[in-house]
Design a protein around this ligand. Structure first.
Ligand code: ADA
Length: 551
């Protein structure tokens, strides 16, 4: 087990706390569970909403960096009984740096909570499920006083060869000011970032430009990846390192198209929730791998991480296979009242900042998304959208930003987005043909701030209950879904004005019973495979049509 698909350190000592942790849910259940996992896998807790206390012991000493890749959805963390802090949101990583821990046995305690408590603006009863538990890996690292907190890599092509802007953040958790020498290597190209003095208790950013004349481009059908190795030395001796994987590619927008390395993208893939029958949102690597292999079998080349940032191991797989990613900050279907929740802007801003800062280097991510079907049609919603998009662009000007809207005739925010993205359900929630609907959206968007911008169909699809067949081919039969998906693919893949289509959705997912009692089986059944990845009729059609498509 690992929290990434490659080694992130050669110098820094790092272990995963992936043994069985003790868990107690007073009055309901007590025992040991693997980390990561969802507590809903335990029969007594299959629909439980509330608190659980996790506890583990570990032996070490020194400066500690304790990182949780994801706790669903509110966490309070204690170390040897002392409170380290708390975190909101299931889909972002968070860390605690504790200096000079004495040698010996230590206890880590986590109180996880998935109740829809009054401070929760984003996790609400919804068309997916907010699970409970430590659902992504936990790592414990021994760090020197001055250590690397992150490295960001932004490639660009200058005079026919690749360069990259490198930003390194260093922190000093010691009690004395200190000086280190920083350097970065990517494949055969290296950059000495020089000496850097950091005051005790401070954090500092340093930047530099790496020339990479040896680098090959990262392309969808030839996804060349490099290890980026950032190293700190003191008196010539390596003291800390951080390794990430990067690719050299540029995303640009021109003439109404999204260009990757100068070539227009024409993508076809899926919306995918992190949800898999018995595993809930804590998919083991082999289940993620299976999804990727199903994508490849289908001929899909893009995925939208609806409606929240994903486990980084899934993004690592997308990097490896050249599956391009729309990654999305956490939010779905919030009307103005919900957006006026006193914590909404703070929690939303945290979600997008964690997403960008933690997933900055993934070459497969080609667009940042946010605010799926939120109140972008009101003045208040417009203010929120503008502020958040500005924040995203300040953090990363190298990728476009978009949001999935659905408010034809009244949306007010197209002007802030680089790409017009629209969720549409012709043949399911409305009676139009796919072609009619696309034309309607495009001619409206042109005069609503979308003129000249690329167009993405961020959702389109139909429901089908696995195994339900009927000669009348009514809604909810596999036949109905199959016929509509054929129409979607035949219409959209021939349309040069559509830069990407994300079918809704890849696999069925569990929904909260409070969200919408009318969802059969308390699932969103629009997957082309069910929640166990059993194929519906449409699977074969998608594979047949996508394999034959010209790209
Ligand atoms: C929306 C929404 C999805 C899902 C879908 C549906 O457009 O963005 O999360 O709820 O509709 O199945 O109706």
């Amino acid at each position: 087990m690992n929290n990434r698909l490659f080694k992130t350190h050669h110098i820094r000592r790092s272990v995963l706390l992936d043994d069985l942790w003790e868990v107690s849910v007073p009055g309901k259940w007590k025992g040991r569970v693997p980390v990561p996992s969802c507590l809903e896998t335990i029969p007594a807790l299959s629909s439980y909403r509330g608190n659980a206390e996790y506890r583990t012991e570990t032996a070490f000493g020194g400066n500690m960096l304790l990182t949780f890749s994801g706790v669903s959805h509110t966490a309070e963390v204690f170390f040897d009984g002392k409170r380290l802090g708390s975190h909101y949101g299931a889909y972002g990583a968070f860390s605690f740096a504790v200096p000079s821990v004495a040698d010996g046995n230590h206890t880590v305690t986590v109180r996880a909570d998935n109740s829809f408590h009054e401070d929760s603006a984003l996790h609400i009863p919804n068309d997916y499920y907010s699970y409970l538990g430590i659902t992504r890996p936990v790592s414990l690292e021994l760090i020197p006083d001055v250590y690397i907190t992150y490295v960001h890599f932004t490639p660009s092509r200058v005079n026919g060869h690749w360069q990259a802007e490198i930003e390194l953040e260093l922190s000093n958790i010691g009690t004395k000011d200190d000086t280190v020498f920083a350097s970065v290597r990517v494949g055969d190209d290296a950059l000495a970032m020089g000496e850097c003095r950091i005051a005790a208790g401070q954090t500092r950013k340093i930047t530099g430009i790496l020339d990479a004349p040896h680098a090959q481009s990262y392309e969808k059908d030839r996804p060349v990846l490099y290890c980026l190795e950032a190293v700190l030395k003191k008196d010539g001796i390596p003291t800390d390192d951080l390794i990430d994987r990067v690719g050299f590619r540029e995303i640009a927008i021109d003439g109404g198209r999204i260009l990757m390395n100068g070539k227009p993208l024409s993508l076809f893939g899926f919306n995918r929730h992190e949800d898999y029958a018995e595993f809930g949102c804590a998919l083991p690597l082999q289940a993620m791998m299976r999804d990727i292999e199903l994508f490849r079998d289908l001929g899909a080349d893009c995925v939208r991480t609806c409606h929240y940032p994903n486990d980084e191991r899934f993004l690592d797989l997308c990097d490896e296979y050249g599956i391009l990613v729309w990654e999305e900050g956490h939010s779905r279907g919030l009307d103005e009242k919900k957006m006026r929740h006193p914590r909404f802007m703070e929690q939303m801003s945290l979600s997008v900042s964690e997403m960008q800062n933690q997933h900055f280097n993934h070459p497969s991510i080609f667009v940042w998304g946010l605010l799926n079907e939120c109140a972008t049609y009101t003045e208040y919603g417009r203010g929120c959208c503008e502020t958040l998009i500005r924040q995203i662009k300040e953090t990363d000007p190298s990728r476009p930003v978009t949001y999935a809207g659905c408010w034809i005739g009244k949306d007010l925010c197209l002007e802030y987005a680089d790409i017009v993205s629209y969720n549409m359900y012709p043949g399911w929630y409305t009676e139009d043909t796919v072609k009619e609907y696309i034309d309607r959206v495009c001619s409206w968007a042109k005069n609503a701030g979308g003129e000249g911008k690329p167009f993405i169909i961020s959702e389109i699809g139909a429901g089908a209950v696995y195994g339900y067949h009927k000669e009348t081919e009514d809604k909810w039969t596999e036949e109905y879904q199959d016929t509509l998906i054929r129409e979607i693919i035949e219409t959209c893949t021939d349309d040069p004005s559509v830069s990407a289509v994300f079918l809704w959705q890849f696999a069925d997912c569990r929904v909260d019973p409070k969200f919408f009692a009318g969802r059969p089986k308390t699932e969103n059944n629009k997957g082309i495979v069910d929640i166990y990845r059993r194929r519906k009729l449409a699977y074969r059609t998608v594979r047949e049509l996508l394999k034959g498509r010209k790209q």
